[in-house]
Structures are given as structure tokens and as C-alpha cells.
Design a binder for this molecule. Structure first.
Ligand code: M6R
Length: 615
């Protein structure tokens, strides 16, 4: 939700900031804006719509070439996506410019206070109050922007990353964070601030994680961090392990297509170094083994696609460990008084590590005494930082709003945790664990084979692009795969799509079936749980008998389904629990191509943002 960039250094701030915003546009694209400090004070450009609109505006009316600036790309919360509501927001005397990610919950009260002081607020945003507050506080602290920011932050409640510049301070950018992401990029003679490292990766790979309730001041040569009371704060520095090329489209038309194609590597990288001579080595998890031994219940919290990964993991974790495992939508978790205690392992799954619903769920779990393990793709993000331990999915940057490679790697990482628990609880013999690890190790090769069918799936998608509604059916781990297929289609093709447990269909949803309605069916392996396979073959016949057009995803050699499939998409054989790593891939391609056929912006679907940093 909103991307922010700050820069101070010898380069053109406008160029650095706009290039950074380009990389952060996945976080929101309702409007964009920049502000720079010039010899004549602050200069601002902002425009509703995607970044390209701002770029055109700047091309027509260039900003002065200075070395200090801030920029913002917005996902609207307070106030519609208009030019006026676009960030930066400037104080009434034009001396302070502010950008913001998050929600200031007490903004209405501050707004009323400012209005009483005779200040006229121009926008409908919660952010604008911060610009005015800083303007009021600055003279009382001798113009010390960092101290002014601390004082203002102490007045605010909610979630915020704030970045500010001041007209008469051409070498200082100050930022603060509470519950929203902010990282510092440390360069030589230049420094950066951003929502995530991709914004400055082409300039530096040295980064600093900021903690909760911290304020940072960057100048060309220095980075100073304190808490909201002014005490010097400890920070963690880290090196980004990927380079700028990883955050580029690299010859693909869409980030989503690139990220789908990267899945074999992403899965391989997530397994890398975690198996040695066939055994599982998860030393990097900071939670001691004794605490895993004490685990009596596993609870997975996550949102959206990550929630579907958690649903799949539940089948595997319970099967391998015999420890009860619940999966809960993070947004529901803390509001229903969940039963978790010191014997619970709560696994928070998140690509971004910044999803507010998941952050709040993990905080609630910790308050109840549970151990929290993050499965996350983003180093230094809030979720891994606040968890007791973390297992990173090494998927590399995921830019497209629709999650693809993150999903597969989340399943893999959660499986590694399940096998680790089985190893510690001795619910599986070492050779059984090794057998699963060996199978997992071969999955990148098999995913590659699925990718070979891309053209066929794209053709299927084009043939279906006039459909108004698509149903997805699956059983066992195929059920969350069906949910994931439906989610992808909704978010990209903006069409009605629903996933069902195939057995549930006859309890109501079968009434939806009409002549010609596409129904995508994920068929479990024939050699796995035969009964599952038989049942789904019956389900395919049931929907077909009622006029559905069946698009069947089944493994090579499964001839039992051929007679009932209007369209057959083949995937390689795999054990039941590993099949989601293959069966999901055609569903991603299907959604991507259907959206493309409808002329939608696949990488930036309407109304969405990549990281949902508000509840
Ligand atoms: O960053 P997270 O994994 O926590 O994000 C969770 C969901 O917002 C995310 O998976 C969302 O559902 C995807 N856009 C779906 O493709």
C-alpha cells in the first residue's frame, strides 16, 4: 500500500526517485508525486493515475536538478485518487513536504485542531495533517527536522511510514516508521530511504532495517536512527542478495510471466542449503529445537494466496506430524479469541512480510505466549523481525501483484517446517523424511515440464475469455489449489470465479452450473489416494451431465479422465502432497492469459496493491 522513496546525494534526485517509484509501483498506482528541495524552496509535481502520468507531467514541466527529493506512489485510503489527494502534501506556508504510507487513525481530531488554528486543509487525506504539524513544531525545536518528526509521531496513532523534507534544509531527509515498512539504502556519499530495497538496488545493496517506532535522518554522508523519544536505536544492517536485474522484466512482457517462469529456480533456491546428505538442516530458524519438541498445536495465519499455501501445508503437517494444525485467515484470527498458548507454534506466512492483518495476528499470538515462526520472502520486513524465528522463501523479488512464485515457495517452506517437526517429534523415520526431500528436490524439473505446456494453456485461456463465470474444483490439497486458481482469475480477469471442494458441490453450488460454463477440475494422482481419484472422476461427470465445459488438469498417463474432459491439461506425476506445486502453474497461466485477452493490466490489476499494509 503506497511506495515511498527518499534520496540525498550527488545524482539527480528526480531521476533517482522516479526510477525508485517505478520499481515500487506494484505497491499502489492510484497516483504518484515527487518533491525536491531547490534553491528557491520546495518544488512539487503530482498526478492522479499511474506513474507514467507523473513522468509526462515532469517531461512537460521539468523539476530543478537537485540532489534531494522524495517520491510517492499511492494506493488510496483516505480520499479518492485525485491530483489533490496525491502525495507529497505540503504545509500551508509551503515549507514542509511529506509523503506517507499507512493510516493515521487520529487524523480527524488533529484536522479539527488545525482548522481551529485557521489552517486550511486542501486534501481529504489523513497525511496532510503531518505537513502542517511539522510546520508548527519546527520553529519550536530550532528547525531540527528529526526532533520535530519525533514530536509529531508521538501525537499520531495508527500505521505510518512518513518521510519529510524542508525548504531550507537541502541536505536532510527525515523519516519515521510505525507498523509500515521502511528501509535505508547506504551508499557512498549518498543515502536512500524506501518501502523496499528494490527502489535503490541499482545504486547500493547495503541496507539497514529500521525497527518499530524509529526515526531516521539521512544526509549525504550520514544515517542517524533514534526511537520516538530520541534515544539512539540499534539497527541491523544487511546485504541484499539479489541484484537490479532480478527486479526487471528481463525480456518478458509481464512481470507475472517472468515470475511464473522463475518458479523452478525459486523452488530450488528455497530448498538450497536446507538439505544435506538427504537430511533436513534448518539451523537458521532461531527457535531452539526443544521448543519445537514442546509444540502441541500448529496454527497457520496468512492472507490471500499465502492463506492457500497454509491450507495446503495443513494436510502435510498433520499427515507427517500427527500434531493438530489449524489454518486461519489472519484478518479473523485475533478477533475471535483463538486458543493458542506456549505450546502452540504459530506460522505466519507472508511474501511481503508487511501484511498488516498478518502482523496483528502474530502480535496477538505472541501475547498469548505462542512461538511465532515467519515464512517470508522479504528480508528485514516486519513479520520476520517480530517473529521468534524465520524461514525465508528464496523466491527473489516478486513484483507482479498476483502472487505466483511466492506461493510455490511458501508451500515448500511450510513443508520443510512440517518435516522438521516430524524429525523432532519422531513421527516419521529418517528414510521417510528423506524420501519426501528427494521428491521435493525433483520438483523444479517437473515444474519446468509443466511450463512446457504454456502455449497449450494460453490457447485454452483465449478460448475461454468470453466466459462470464468459471468454477474450480479440487479435493484434498487440490481444494486450496482450486481456491488459488479462482483467486487468480478474480484478481486479474475481474470475473466471477469460485473454488470449491469437489465433494461440496452437490450441497448447493452445483445449482450454478449452466450450459457451457467452464469448470476447471484439479484431479488428484491416480496412484496416490485412489479413492480421491475415483470420487473426482464422478464429480467431473456430475458437472458435465449438467452442461459444464470441463477443463481437466490431470497427471500424465491418467486415462480415466480423458472421456470426461472437454479440455485436458497434463502435468507430470507427483505424490499427492506435492501435486499442488505442479497443478497451480497452469491455473496461473490461465488467469494471466485470460486477463491479457481481456486487455487488462496484469501486473497492476485494478483496486489492488501488492502489500496490504492496512487492516
Ligand atoms: O505479502 P503477503 O503474502 O502477506 O500477501 C498476502 C496477500 O495479500 C496476497 O497473497 C494476495 O492475495 C495476492 N495478491 C494474490 O495473488
Amino acid at each position: 500500500m503506497c511506495g515511498i522513496v527518499g534520496y540525498v546525494g550527488p545524482k539527480s534526485a528526480v531521476d533517482v526517485v522516479v526510477a525508485g517509484l517505478k520499481r515500487l509501483e506494484y505497491r499502489g498506482y492510484d497516483s504518484a508525486g515527487v518533491a525536491v528541495v531547490t534553491a528557491d524552496g520546495l518544488s512539487t509535481r503530482k498526478k492522479a493515475g499511474k506513474l507514467v502520468n507523473l513522468q509526462e507531467m515532469i517531461a512537460a514541466d521539468p523539476l530543478a536538478d537537485t540532489g534531494i527529493g522524495i517520491g510517492h506512489t499511492r494506493w488510496a485510503t483516505h480520499g479518492g485518487p485525485t491530483d489533490t489527494n496525491a502525495h507529497p502534501h505540503v504545509s500551508s506556508d509551503g515549507s514542509v513536504a511529506v509523503i506517507h504510507n499507512g493510516i493515521i487513525e487520529n487524523f480527524a481530531e488533529i484536522r479539527a485542531e488545525l482548522t481551529a488554528l485557521g489552517i486550511e486543509l486542501r486534501s481529504e487525506t489523513d497525511t496532510e495533517v503531518v505537513a502542517h504539524l511539522l510546520q508548527i513544531v519546527l520553529p519550536t525545536v530550532d528547525g531540527d527536522l528529526m526532533e520535530a518528526m519525533r514530536r509529531v509521531c508521538r501525537r499520531l496513532s495508527g500505521a505510518f511510514t512518513l518521510v519529510a523534507i524542508v525548504a531550507d534544509q537541502p541536505d536532510v531527509v527525515v523519516a519515521a516508521r510505525r507498523n509500515s515498512p521502511l528501509v535505508v539504502g547506504r551508499g557512498v556519499g549518498e543515502n536512500f530511504l524506501a518501502s523496499d530495497v528494490s527502489a535503490f538496488i541499482e545504486h547500493t545493496r547495503h541496507a539497514i532495517e529500521l525497527g518499530q517506532d524509529q526515526v531516521v535522518r539521512i544526509t549525504r554522508d550520514g544515517v542517524t536512527v533514534t526511537d520516538f523519544d530520541g534515544a539512539t536505536a540499534d539497527v541491523t544492517e544487511f546485504e541484499v542478495t539479489w541484484d537490479a536485474a532480478a527486479a526487471e522484466r528481463g525480456g518478458y512482457d509481464l512481470f507475472m510471466l517472468k515470475e511464473i517462469a522463475e518458479q523452478p529456480k525459486a523452488v530450488a533456491d528455497t530448498l538450497l542449503g536446507r538439505m544435506s546428505s538427504g537430511a533436513l538442516t534448518l539451523d537458521e530458524i532461531r527457535i531452539p529445537e526443544e521448543q519445537f519438541r514442546d509444540v502441541a498445536k500448529v496454527v497457520i495465519v496468512a492472507c490471500g494466496t499465502a492463506y492457500h499455501a497454509g491450507m495446503i501445508a495443513k494436510y502435510a503437517i498433520e499427515h507427517w506430524t500427527r500434531i493438530p494444525c489449524e489454518v486461519e485467515l489472519a484478518s479473523e484470527f485475533r478477533y475471535r479469541d483463538p486458543i493458542v498458548n506456549s505450546k502452540s507454534l504459530v506460522i505466519a506466512i507472508s511474501q511481503s512480510g508487511e501484511t498488516m492483518d498478518t502482523i496483528m495476528a502474530l502480535r496477538h499470538a505472541k501475547e498469548q505466549g505462542a512461538k511465532v515462526l515467519a515464512i517470508c520472502n522479504t528480508r528485514g520486513a516486519t513479520i520476520p523481525r517480530e517473529s521468534d524465528g524465520v524461514l525465508y522463501t528464496n523466491a527473489g523479488p516478486e513484483i507482479a501483484v498476483a502472487s505466483t512464485k511466492a506461493f510455490l515457495t511458501q508451500v515448500v517452506a511450510a513443508y520443510l517446517v512440517g518435516l522438521y517437526l516430524a524429525q523432532i517429534h519422531k513421527t516419521k523415520f529418517a528414510d521417510e523424511i528423506n524420501a519426501v526431500l528427494t521428491q521435493l528436490d525433483d520438483m523444479p524439473r517437473r515444474i519446468d515440464l509443466v511450463l512446457d505446456t504454456t502455449e497449450h494453456v494460453r490457447q485454452v485461456a483465449r478460448d475461454l475469455s468470453n466466459a462470464t463465470s468459471v468454477l474450480f474444483l479440487g479435493r484434498h490439497v487440490g481444494y486450496p489449489v482450486a481456491l488459488e486458481g479462482a483467486l487468480k482469475l478474480k484478481e486479474l480477469a475481474y470475473m466471477h470465479a469460485e473454488g470449491f471442494a469437489a465433494g461440496e458441490l452437490k450441497h448447493g453450488p452445483i445449482a450454478l452450473i449452466e450450459e457451457g460454463m467452464p469448470v476447471v477440475v484439479v484431479v488428484p494422482p491416480k496412484t496416490g489416494r485412489d479413492v480421491l481419484h475415483e470420487k473426482i472422476v464422478s464429480n467431473i461427470q456430475e458437472v458435465r451431465a449438467r452442461g459444464a465445459k470441463t477443463i481437466v488438469i490431470a497427471e500424465e498417463g491418467d486415462e480415466a479422465v480423458s472421456a470426461y474432459a472437454d479440455v485436458l491439461i497434463r502435468i507430470p506425476e507427483a505424490p499427492t502432497l506435492l501435486q499442488p506445486l505442479l497443478a497451480t502453474v497452469p491455473l496461473q497461466i490461465l488467469a494471466c492469459e485470460m486477463a491479457t485477452a481481456k486487455g487488462h493490466d496484469v501486473d497492476m490489476p485494478r483496486n489492488l496493491a501488492k502489500s496490504v499494509t492496512v487492516e
